[in-house]
Design a protein around this ligand. Structure first.
Ligand SMILES: Cc1ncc(COP(=O)(O)O)c(C=O)c1O
Length: 370
């Protein structure tokens, strides 16, 4: 098989560096190999510092993609009758609400127009009207390119005595995530975006206070107590993938070497360069300036341009992958990711020139397949 080379500039996965790919091709080890167990300890420490978690938090990685982190947070904190308030600013907020409902929680949704961030006053209002055990919020809403004000919303949840579940799937390693300031919090992410490893692991951190609010977990696989027994006490639970662990461990070494603050700045600067370049092409972003992610750019498709045709052109002619809009934004936006190793000035410049050609072709040039 000849697997095509792609430049991954979509909503995820992001490009994986050669260094991480080398770690991925290390010899396979068993899940209880003494060397791997040492790596697990080091991985927990690296993840905790990436989350900026408190020393008494429990931080590890679930075997599975970002959604398994979501399920793990819910499965350990919600049971039938749990009252949950979920901020829904797009597709992934809705997914979090759905998962809570599947676990029997009584969910109240705070629905926000797609493309806008949640006003924290709405959370305050909702909790005053109906106290909740849990507040769920997606920090970086990948379907709309919106950054939600998690610091403020977590503060409100804390004052009302609610646990906060934060989805940092499209922010960890690329935008500030300060779990230790969020009170009784659980936060999960994924390996394949800001951290720069392949998909397959979901970093998660439970604050010490959140651990005291655990319910009986109906999922054996996602039970944080059983996972803690494996990660800390070396008791067999499941056959974790050593190659994925080694790849994530290496990706986190790269994060550490670059430094989190420098990494955030790099993502911010490349996002700004992209926005500036888009504006010279006459293109605009969906969210207002102050509500934008640096990782995921929701670009409005101009009138008269074939949305899918442009994506196909980018893939066929340049090997560049970008994402389509989801739900009500299907056909209306492109989702352009600049995450992890993919957030470089060179990628911004290459993408802008390829997009300019694709849009021109779509407006009447011969080279776009519709
Ligand atoms: C904000 C957010 N949450 C959850 C997920 C689910 O992650 P995964 O596709 O890795 O299961 C995604 C995926 O893109 C996401 O963007």
């Amino acid at each position: 098989m000849t697997v095509p080379q792609r430049l991954l500039l979509g909503p995820g996965p992001s490009p994986v560096s050669e260094r991480v790919m080398r770690a991925l091709s290390s010899p396979v080890l068993s899940h209880l190999d003494p060397y791997l167990l040492e790596v697990l300890d080091s991985l927990r420490a690296r993840l905790a510092s990436t989350f900026r978690a408190a020393p008494d938090a429990l931080t590890l990685a679930i075997s599975g993609t970002g959604t398994s982190g979501m399920e793990a947070a819910v499965a350990n904190l919600a049971e039938p009758g749990t009252k949950a308030t979920v901020v829904v600013t797009g597709y992934f907020g809705d997914r979090l609400a759905q998962i809570l409902e599947r676990h029997g929680a009584e969910v109240e949704r705070i629905e926000v127009e797609w493309g806008r961030a949640c006003d924290p006053a709405r959370v305050e209002d909702a909790l005053r009207r109906r106290p909740a055990d849990l507040v769920g919020i997606v920090q970086a809403e990948t379907s709309t390119g919106v950054l939600n004000p998690v610091d403020d919303i977590a503060g409100i949840a804390q004052r009302h005595g609610s646990i906060v579940i934060v989805d940092a799937v499209t922010s960890l390693g690329a935008m500030p995530v300060n779990v230790s300031t969020w009170g009784t919090a659980v936060c999960y992410s994924c390996s394949q975006k800001g951290l720069g490893a392949p998909s397959g692991l979901a970093p998660i951190t439970f604050s010490a206070a959140a651990l005291t609010r655990r319910v009986f977990c109906r999922s054996f696989y996602l039970d944080i107590g059983l996972l803690e027994d494996y990660w800390l006490r070396r008791k067999y639970h499941h056959t974790i993938s050593a190659p994925l662990i080694l790849a994530l461990h290496e990706a986190l070494a790269i994060v550490e070497e670059e430094g989190l603050d420098a990494r955030h700045t790099r993502h911010e600067q490349n996002h700004n360069a992209l926005v500036e370049g888009l504006s010279t092409l006459g293109l605009t972003l969906l969210p207002p300036e102050k509500e934008r992610l640096w990782t995921l750019n929701a670009v409005r498709v101009p009138d008269g341009v074939n949305e899918a045709g442009v994506r196909r052109h980018l893939l066929d002619k340049y090997g560049i992958e970008i994402g389509a809009g989801l739900g009500p934004l299907a056909g209306r936006i492109w989702r352009v990711g600049l995450m992890g190793a993919g957030s470089t000035r060179a990628n911004v410049d290459l993408f802008l020139s390829a997009l300019g050609t694709a849009v021109t072709a779509s407006r009447g040039g011969p080279s776009v397949r519709h």
